[in-house]
Design a protein around this ligand. Structure first.
Ligand code: RTP
Ligand code: MG
Length: 141
């Protein structure tokens, strides 16, 4: 299996619910290591840049507003098959469709306030990690 990295964001709704630790515990139990982390209030520019691929989508403005509505917890995770493993832990984008026991099924309220973000491929993970972390702030262990 391939050792991979992925970018995880605990979104403002889940930070407000005070479940950072519960979500981290799921990463750890699945064998994903936190190798970089920071809490941050995103600026509008940062949120727009991060979600630039969705710029033309009808939900873009609502997504940006939501992502700047409060602090987020951003981390780089490392482990075997980290991208897919993390997506499996997250569950479907719409919490109504998320499998029982997934982070979104347990903590998300709606498709907009859906608790977490995770990179969707190794290539996008590399871009997303570099968006938030300098190479020297990512501590493989
Ligand atoms: P994410 O990027 O946040 O990990 O989520 P995802 O891959 O599961 O979903 P994606 O298609 O990349 O969409 C990014 C975020 O935009 C919001 N969204 N709203 N109202 C809608 O139809 C809709 N579709 C997507 C969600 O908050 C989603 O996480
Ligand atoms: Mg996505």
């Amino acid at each position: 299996m391939a050792l991979e990295r992925t970018l995880s964001i605990i979104k403002p709704d889940a930070v407000a619910k005070n479940v950072i630790g519960e979500i981290y515990a799921r990463f750890e139990k699945a064998g994903l290591k936190v190798i970089a982390a920071k809490m941050k209030q995103l600026s509008r520019k940062e949120a727009e840049g991060f979600y630039a691929v969705h710029r033309e989508r009808p939900f873009f403005n609502a997504l940006v507003e939501f992502m700047i509505s409060g602090p987020v917890m951003i981390q780089t995770l490392e482990g075997d098959n980290a991208v897919l493993k993390h997506r499996d832990l997250m569950g479907a984008t719409n919490p109504k469709e998320a499998a029982p026991g997934t982070i979104r099924a347990d903590f998300a309220d709606s498709i907009d306030a859906n608790a977490v973000h995770g990179s969707d491929a190794a290539e996008t993970a590399a871009v997303e990690i570099a968006y938030f972390f300098a190479a020297t702030d990512v501590l493989s262990r």
